[in-house]
Design a protein around this ligand. Structure first.
Ligand SMILES: Cc1ncc(COP(=O)(O)O)c(C=O)c1O
Length: 406
């Protein structure tokens, strides 16, 4: 331990939404462990787990009976989707999006369309369709982005390899996170929902990274008033402890017994931490703060963009922000090496940020939702210094090479 302090724009890949070692969560963990350290929900539901399930159902939209499944990670929760959704609909195919990241286990990586997961087999029945990226529109036009992506789905995907009557579900990240913090156009999610309803296809939102308040609402899809059939949660759900969940239409989770169960999932200690974590999000108005401070952060980043030609795009909702770097603004050539250099220099200067994106050129800004305006000012001044150092070739690129990469 060097004793050096860092300002954290990562929240540990979007886990520490309420910050680190929150005393209220710490107390709840100890209390729960002392009262009942463990019982397996495989044999009997335990009250803390039931209370958490009730709370998740309360905050998830949908005027229909819902149930909750618990796991340990975003990956095992998306495996739940990969197994149960096709079974429920009695249809064999799924659709996901190019660039999506749903996890590292076989089911979740099969659903993924991210280059980091493209070396593994197992996704023959999952078709990946283009994600509506306003900065890099897949069909060339930003003005007609939603129409073109939806038309491609209906006129190509449905008419060729993935007929709607064989399609059990479409899984989407409301903001595509590891794909590059991409925010779809306003009208896209409602149009996707309309397609799902028309063809009786389940609509599933993977909210593992941006859910639970980060975008300035409980869920990213709340911004467009879309109602999913299933919502996948993980990362920040446990306030730092491992826990994930699927909140879904009852029929999906009732499709079978013993087909996606783990002995320690839904354990009372993780559930107690999670319940307190959600209560803290409410008590400390962290959703409102995410919205307000996210707008403030973006406004300062926009000022930075005026100074540095390599900042191609700034986008995001609340405190899920992406800064895309390019070799030159007009041509939008991805500047992966520069992105790694900025993150590395920031680290040297005491600021933690990571980079994502299918071109490895997007700085991901997902700080704890507790971040203050003063901390945002400090983050901007360090970023400013890092961009200046990049311009002046003051960054040791040999060190950057060692650090860079997935
Ligand atoms: C959107 C999304 N889904 C699922 C996962 C997988 O979660 P985990 O690493 O907890 O398995 C991630 C991880 O980055 C993610 O960003």
């Amino acid at each position: 331990m060097s004793g050096k302090e860092y300002l954290d724009l990562t929240a540990g890949w979007a886990v520490a939404s309420i910050g680190y070692s929150h005393p209220r969560v710490s107390n709840k963990i100890r209390e729960q462990y002392d009262t009942l350290s463990f019982t397996s929900q495989l044999s009997a539901p335990e009250q803390t787990m039931v209370s958490l399930a009730q709370k998740l159902i309360e905050i998830t939209p949908g005027d229909f009976p819902k149930k909750v499944w618990f796991g340990h990670s975003g990956s095992d929760a998306n495996d739940c989707i990969a197994k149960l959704v096709p079974l429920e609909k009695r249809r064999s195919r799924m659709i996901s999006f190019m660039g999506s990241y749903h996890g590292q286990t076989m089911g979740s990586l099969s659903l993924s369309g991210h280059p980091a997961l493209s070396s593994f087999i197992g996704s023959g029945n999952v078709v990946k369709t283009p994600y509506p990226n306003p900065y890099r529109p897949p069909f060339g036009e930003t003005d007609r982005l939603t129409d073109q992506v939806i038309e491609y789905l209906e006129k190509e995907v449905f008419k060729t390899i993935c007929p709607p009557e064989d399609t059990a579900g479409i899984i989407i990240e409301g903001i595509q996170s590891d794909g590059g913090l991409i925010v779809p156009p306003e009208d896209f999610l409602p149009r996707l929902e309309e397609i799902c309803r028309r063809y009786d296809i389940n609509l599933i939102f993977d909210e593992v990274k941006v859910g639970l308040g980060r975008t300035g609402k409980w869920f990213s899809f709340d911004h467009s008033r879309v109602v999913p059939d299933a919502v996948v949660l993980g990362k920040s759900l446990g306030g730092g402890l491992p826990i994930s969940s699927v909140v879904a239409r009852k029929e999906i989770l009732d499709v079978g017994t013993g087909i996606h169960m783990f002995t320690t999932s839904g354990n009372p200690v993780s559930c107690a931490a999670s319940l307190e974590n959600i209560q803290i999000i409410e008590d400390e108005s962290l959703i409102e703060k995410a919205k307000k401070n996210g707008n403030y952060f973006k406004s300062l980043l926009n000022e930075l963009q005026k100074k540095y030609e390599c900042i191609g795009d700034i986008r995001g909702k609340g405190l899920a922000i992406g800064v895309e770097l390019v070799a030159e603004r007009e041509a939008k050539i991805p500047a992966a090496e520069k992105t790694a250099a900025i993150c590395y220099r920031c680290y040297e200067l005491g600021l933690l940020c990571f980079y994502v994106g299918i071109h490895n050129n997007v700085i991901e800004i997902t700080p704890p939702l507790t971040i203050t305006k003063q901390e945002i000012d400090l983050a901007i001044s360090i970023l400013d210094q890092a961009f200046l150092d990049l311009e002046k070739k003051n960054i040791n690129m040999d060190l950057v090479k060692e650090y860079a990469g997935w």
